[in-house]
Design a protein around this ligand. Sequence first.
Ligand SMILES: Nc1nc2c(c(=O)[nH]1)N[C@H]1C(S)=C(S)[C@@H](COP(=O)(O)OP(=O)(O)OC[C@H]3O[C@@H](n4cnc5c(=O)[nH]c(N)nc54)[C@H](O)[C@@H]3O)O[C@H]1N2
Ligand SMILES: Nc1nc2c(c(=O)[nH]1)N[C@H]1C(S)=C(S)[C@@H](COP(=O)(O)OP(=O)(O)OC[C@H]3O[C@@H](n4cnc5c(=O)[nH]c(N)nc54)[C@H](O)[C@@H]3O)O[C@H]1N2
Ligand code: SF4
Ligand SMILES: [Mo]
Length: 734
Amino acid sequence: MLFGRHSKNPIRIADKEVAGWTYTTCGYCSTGCAIEVGKNARGQVVASRGVGGADVNRGKLCLKGMFEHELFDAKGRGDEPLLRRHLGESFAPVSWDGALDHMTAEIRRIQAQHGRDAFAVVSTGQILTEEFYTLGKLTRGLIGTNNYDGNTTLCMASAVSGYKRSFGSDGPPGCYQDFEHTDCLIAWGSNLPEQHPIIYWRLKEALEKRRFPLIVVDPRVTMFAQFADIHLPVKPGTDVALQNALMHVILAEGLENAEYIAGNTTGIDELRAEVAKWDPTTAAAVCGIDEDSIRNVARLYARAPAAMHIWTMGINQSTHGSDGVVGMNNLALLTGNVGKPGGTALSITGQCNAMGTREWSSCSGLPGYRALEKPEHRAEIAQFWNIDPAFLPQKRGLFQTDIFPAIETGQIRGLWLVATNPLTSMPNTARIRKTLEKLEFLVVQDSYADMETNQYAHLYLPAAVWAEKEGTFTNTERRVNLVRRVTEPRTGTKSDLEIFNELARRFDPEGRVRFPERPAEVFEEMRELSRGRLCDLSGMDHDLIEQRRGIQWPFTRDQREAGEMPPPGGVRLYTTPRSFQYPDGCAKLIPLPFVDNNERPDTQYPFWLNSGRLVEHFHTRTRTGKVGNNNKYSPIPFMEINPDAAVELGIRHQEYVRCVSRRGDALVMAMLTQRVPRDMVFIPFHFFDCVNRLTLGLLDPHSRQPAFKQSAVRVERVADQTAAARLCLEARKY
Ligand SMILES: Nc1nc2c(c(=O)[nH]1)N[C@H]1C(S)=C(S)[C@@H](COP(=O)(O)OP(=O)(O)OC[C@H]3O[C@@H](n4cnc5c(=O)[nH]c(N)nc54)[C@H](O)[C@@H]3O)O[C@H]1N2
Ligand SMILES: Nc1nc2c(c(=O)[nH]1)N[C@H]1C(S)=C(S)[C@@H](COP(=O)(O)OP(=O)(O)OC[C@H]3O[C@@H](n4cnc5c(=O)[nH]c(N)nc54)[C@H](O)[C@@H]3O)O[C@H]1N2
Ligand code: SF4
Ligand SMILES: [Mo]
């Protein structure tokens, strides 16, 4: 195929000779793009393309989706289970039966010697919902440990906690179609163009049809901030102060929706008393946003016929993460902006299936948004699974960020990691190393054997990846999408579902608890359990989901039987009066006193350390680090630093520097850019032994999510640039 000039140096794209395309769903971020993967006549996977008829992406894909087919055969895939008795030894191959027998025996030994909860499980937001559900049944129903959580504690825990506190349940109430209806959008701590490029494209399309104010709250001048009508460069970790001031103006100027508040909420008097303290002058001194801007934004937001918030990690990853979510919910409730077209508080989810794990994994509760704390929920699930209800714990156990400290103290002796790489993704990784060394038994179940945490594993289980498997993902707007199997699992690997099922047979040889083998059958169990719940998907099945290119929940059996087909986009929650999940149907307005507890810059460590992502890479690069076209853009660790700060330190563009915090140091290349203020550096977290050697990761009191975006560092120029370049090149790994 030829592009551009046809005579001189035309751009030539090789014909991939695709013989057939298979429909599936992208496995990177939570946007939920429908993707088709092409195979040639020899059965080799050769191409990816967007699906035109899918409401989410309408034929588009971002840089990651476009090359996703390359990851099946990427370097570093595991080919066989590996075992070693002691960490000092090298791994030896072991059969699947040998591996799973050994794992069962070790779990039983640890539980017998130290109690059931001494074995912990940490999973992910990146496997299929059917796999989450099955892992939950195995962990809660057969293994019986309460120390079971997911990497979502690093990611969406604050959103979950904030939704639960405000609305009585998790579940993002809005959808992408809200962009088409809103009259004002505030985006908090989200770099949408890079992290959710296709949601951003949906927003841009809506803006091209109909102008409305776009307000971006982010201490960095991201591409999103540059594109905004108003950029509020908030001081790190102070969003709650800004939210309180916005509420102060709304209430002081009588811009609230009194009728909605009276009919649908409780707690207005307590909220009023707290926000009375947050006049714009007081708040400006804390959050760094001038009082005129605060008033202007409050009026724009409250006077808009429909107004919405979106947010991502700039809010969640903070010591006030859960409060920041409640703050947006408060603003939405005060102005009656919940459950109406264009009026919502929509958390932009992170991982492809972070929603699936929230709904079905049993990590923080029981399937279908049920709570361990409620006896009737425990009884329902126990009966459905055919287990003794007394076997289930009566309250949730430790969060991921508390499981690691419990390993330090010897309370937890064994750990099973499913699709997560804490040695790169947790804060303060020097501490994580020491923690992992203490484990008597660590199992790593991952599609790639070269992921860093495997350095500390006793047993490695090679899992099939993405569309080598079949099942569903739920995206940001509660849309259940189907991942169809495109290609067989790589030789030597097993799907995560199969691994869970084989373990279940070992823990329950009589087959007392049912563990269906086919993903579609697992989905049928979830369908039954979802009936009457907020996340009701009882009207769906795999084929219908594929046919409709994804279906948003709720979609009930009654709707299906009545012949009511789900609309392509635009299903919302809490659309009728008093339909919140608290017993009285009202949402809670919650006062948010502000506590300033971050590690702040001082004379010794004069910079804020901010961290996050780049469009071309996904997380710890086990996938994008090996895809040529993605890795080319940023193959080595770097840091954004303001040119004025760099001049003072004698640092030139692209020189290597050492970044030092109270925890450790990291070598990075300095990129001089006005994107960061003078007192801040930003380091992407994709690189091993890099930014998370520096981070403190103080925890949010409600969600236990770490404040990855607020630590203090100093920056030193490295004298020997050649040696530094060599070290950085070595560290790039791929
Ligand atoms: N390309 C790509 N896309 C991804 C991912 C990826 O790794 N790569 N990961 C996916 C996942 S799991 C997630 S969770 C999402 C994350 O998506 P985002 O949250 O959009 O990405 P981040 O870069 O982590 O952080 C967003 C912004 O928060 C800002 N921020 C820092 N501190 C504050 C603060 O105190 N207040 C405010 N208001 N903002 C602040 C940062 O400057 C940054 O620009 O992306 C998903 N999409
Ligand atoms: N400093 C800093 N740190 C951060 C963040 C930040 O903004 N700043 N963000 C945090 C956030 S939001 C997140 S979500 C976490 C992510 O942190 P992690 O979850 O630890 O990072 P990933 O690289 O996504 O790890 C997922 C692993 O799953 C494997 N995998 C992929 N698909 C499959 C599969 O189908 N089966 C199996 N068994 N394995 C599979 C991948 O190879 C990879 O090793 O990082 C957190 N850490
Ligand atoms: S936006 Fe997200 S879901 Fe869509 S192609 Fe890119 S990574 Fe995949
Ligand atoms: Mo995330």
